[in-house]
Design a protein around this ligand. Sequence first.
Ligand SMILES: [Zn+2]
Length: 225
Amino acid sequence: MAAAFGAASAAFLPRLAHRLAVGFAEPPRPHCADCLRPFSAGFPGWVRVGAACPCSGGYAFPVLTGAVVAAVLAVTVGPAPELPVYLLVAGPGVLLAMIDRRCLRLPDPLVGALAITAAAPLAILWPSRIGLAAGAAVAVLTAYAILAFFGGLGLGDVKLAAVLALILGFAGWPAVVIGVLMPHVINGPVALFLLVTGRASRRRPIAFGPALLAGALVGLALQQP
Ligand SMILES: [Zn+2]
C-alpha cells in the first residue's frame, strides 16, 4: 500500500519539478522548456499525472523512486505512528531531488515546507525529543556551514542538511550520524561515474541534494529496530 501511495504521489511530481526548476528569484516556468507550450493558468497548470508535458516521454524514474522510497520506509519503520509522517514528506523529498538534479537549486519554500510537514507532527508525537532534534539541526547546520565556507557545497545544501538532521533527530542520534555520513558515501561513486562518463566536470558540478535526501532515508531505515 505504501509503495502504491509513493508511486501515485510521485506521478504528480514531473510537472511540479519542470515548473519549479528555474534560476534564483525567477518565477515558476510559465511554459514547457522544450516545446514552449504554455501551461494552464492557476492550479490546473500545476497538476498533471505523468510526464511534465505531452512532448516529454518518460516518467518511470520518479514514479519508481517514489514507490521504492515509500516501500523502504514501510518495511523498515513498520506500522508505527511516524510512518504516515515519513510517507507524507517522501513526496517533497523526491521533488527536491528532481529539482536539484535539473538546476542545482533547492528552493527555500520547498525545504521549509519539508521541515514543517515533518517536524510539526513529529514534535506532537515525541515532545520529549524536540531538544535532541533541534540540537542535531544546529550541529549539522554549523558543520555544513563550515563545509560550505570552504567550497563544494551550496547554501541550499546547508539548509536542507539542517532540516534533514531535524527530522532524523526525532529518530535519535544514530539516525543523525548515519544520515550525515551516508550522503558522502553515496556521492563518491556517483561523482566518479558522472566524471568518467563525461556528465559532470569542473564547470558542471554535481547536485548534492539527492545524496543528502538518500542519506536521510538510509539513516531512517537503518536506525529502526
Ligand atoms: Zn513540452
